[in-house]
Ligand binder design. Structure first.
Ligand code: SF4
Ligand code: SF4
Ligand code: FES
Length: 256
């Protein structure tokens, strides 16, 4: 096994402020950034705060920024970096820091609660629901979400604009609205809930200008913009008034 001494700059601090601190840490073949952070804790910085759980890319806990890009610490292989490179590890920028690499992501839980749940169809018992396979597969993609909130962190609407947070649910939760709006059995309309209208008026769909940055950072490779946000825009907004709808469908056609 080969080992080298890697150079790292890790943000240390708390709600009162902080700074990047330089460390040199051994890196072994096959390791991910989280392995190195754990070695740093074990050998030089026992009080370094980092959130993690599964180390398998499934719990969504270890989200941070590596060289300024939102990523999972446990799924970022050290082999993608040059051994001579200084690797910077910082907390998610869009959310308030608790300590070191741990941020307070409660913004996301607030937004989750603001999306009304699936409304079961009347007169159909659980177990008797029937859907076309294409509808199952469409929502299956969105169900892969591990709630890492990397998409929420990278979206420029809130990344440096705290003032937009109240009116914007972010890509993860607009995707949830889209999923429910596409669901053939969702009976929200029967209850007077127009999900297309609330997407615009309450969840801030109009703030999204389909840059696809959220899609680029999603570790589950969910096509958030193409398969959730643009279709939701297409259904929610009159084409006449939203040139982005037209542009979005052009981009999708070109990609496919
Ligand atoms: S596509 Fe929309 S939601 Fe995704 S990062 Fe861009 S503006 Fe944000
Ligand atoms: S959509 Fe992707 S990036 Fe966003 S929270 Fe879910 S898994 Fe993470
Ligand atoms: S530790 Fe669970 S996703 Fe990284």
């Amino acid at each position: 096994m080969s080992t080298y001494e890697g150079s790292f700059r890790v943000w240390r601090g708390d709600t009162g402020g902080g700074e990047l601190t330089d460390f040199t840490v051994a890196v072994n073949d096959g390791e991910v950034v989280l392995d190195v952070i754990h070695r740093l804790q074990a050998t030089q910085a026992p009080d370094l705060a980092v959130r993690w759980n599964c180390k398998a890319g499934k719990c969504g806990s270890c989200s941070a920024e590596i060289n300024g890009r939102p990523r999972l610490l446990c799924m970022t292989r050290m082999s993608v970096f040059d051994p001579a490179e200084v690797i910077t590890v910082t907390p998610l920028r869009a959310f308030p820091v608790v300590r070191d690499l741990v941020t307070d992501v409660s913004f996301n839980y607030t937004k989750a609660r603001e999306v009304p749940a699936f409304v079961p169809p009347k007169g159909v018992a659980p177990g008797e629901y029937r859907m076309a396979q294409i509808d199952v597969e469409r929502s299956q993609e969105f169900r892969k979400c591990i709630e890492c909130f990397l998409c929420q962190d990278t979206c420029h609407v809130v990344r440096d604009h705290e003032e937009n947070k109240a009116a914007f649910a972010g890509p993860r939760f607009l995707m949830r609205v889209a999923e429910l709006d596409m669901h053939p059995l969702d009976a929200a309309g029967d209850e007077g809930l127009d999900r297309k209208r609330t997407a615009q008026d309450e969840h801030g769909l109009g703030y999204c200008n389909i840059t696809k940055c959220c899609t680029e950072v999603c570790p589950e490779h969910i096509k958030i913009t193409d398969n959730a946000l643009i279709p939701l825009k297409e259904r929610a907004v009159d084409r006449k008034y939203d040139p982005l709808v037209w542009l979005g469908s052009r981009i999708r056609r070109r990609d496919s």
